[in-house]
Design a protein around this ligand. Structure first.
Ligand code: ZN
Length: 243
């Protein structure tokens, strides 16, 4: 009963916050010299949510995986799990020809309590920061928005910096930007398949590609990745309403 009440309260707040954002999906192309940062809570979220966009604009991107994967493989000791997951991450990004990446030394499921380690991220030069959907129900995914909000308050960043939310375990209710990834769909598939240890546990390959096909329908294309792009003030307002 209480849970139900809290859920309804949260939904009202989300929709109130969304009312101030201008929507309508447009095809989106990243400018040639734009600097982009992809924050991925775990190894594989970047490929699931925006592997095609990363492959298409590989020269523009820095990718930071925020956790080390220690708890991602229950059958292995932590050090071995970290090794496997970090190798898979490097393999996936090499398929997109991205060499600018790093992994923070934070254990998965502990992200929310790890601001100190998160705060080493320098955001001064970026034009776009990509994060998972703010209402994704995975606790590490939600944590990215909360930690980023604090980082934006404390660190220098461009005034016109845009925050772009991508889809992993919660689809976007109101996407406003869409990237055509038809030419990069095979690369995206190979990026997801690089995560052998994960797709062995759960077959998310087909549903993710299906989502990209579904997103493409609205613009009469074949495969697209959708995002909700927000200004800093829109992002802060939404984050304040929800968290
Ligand atoms: Zn994740």
């Amino acid at each position: 009963m209480f849970k139900n009440f809290m859920y309804q309260k949260l939904m009202r707040r989300i929709f109130k916050a969304y009312l101030s954002v201008k929507f309508g999906v447009n095809e989106f192309e990243i400018e040639e010299n734009a600097k982009c940062l992809c924050l991925s809570p775990h190894q594989d979220d970047e490929s699931i949510g925006m592997g095609g966009t990363l492959a298409k604009y590989n020269k523009n991107f820095t990718v930071i995986c925020l956790t080390n994967g220690a708890k991602g493989l229950k059958t292995l000791p932590k050090e071995e799990a970290v090794k496997v997951r970090c190798e898979e991450f490097a393999d996936a990004l090499s398929k997109a020809q991205i060499s600018d990446y790093k992994i923070l030394d934070i254990e998965d499921r502990d992200l929310i309590g790890s601001y100190e380690k998160f705060s080493v991220i320098d955001i001064e030069d970026y034009d776009y920061i990509f994060i998972p959907n703010l209402i994704d129900q995975h606790k590490d995914h939600k944590a990215v928005s909360i930690l980023l909000k604090r980082l934006l308050e404390e660190k220098k960043h461009k005034n016109n910096l845009k925050i772009c939310m991508y889809e992993v375990w919660a689809t976007l209710a109101l996407p406003n930007k869409s990237v055509d990834i038809e030419e990069y769909i095979e690369t995206k598939k190979s990026m997801i398949q690089a995560y052998k240890s994960q797709i062995e546990q759960r077959d998310y390959f087909t549903p993710i590609i299906g989502l990209n096909m579904y997103r493409a329908q609205q613009l009469n294309k074949k495969y697209m990745e959708d995002f909700t792009m927000l200004s800093i003030s829109e992002f802060n307002k939404l984050a304040e309403e929800i968290y």
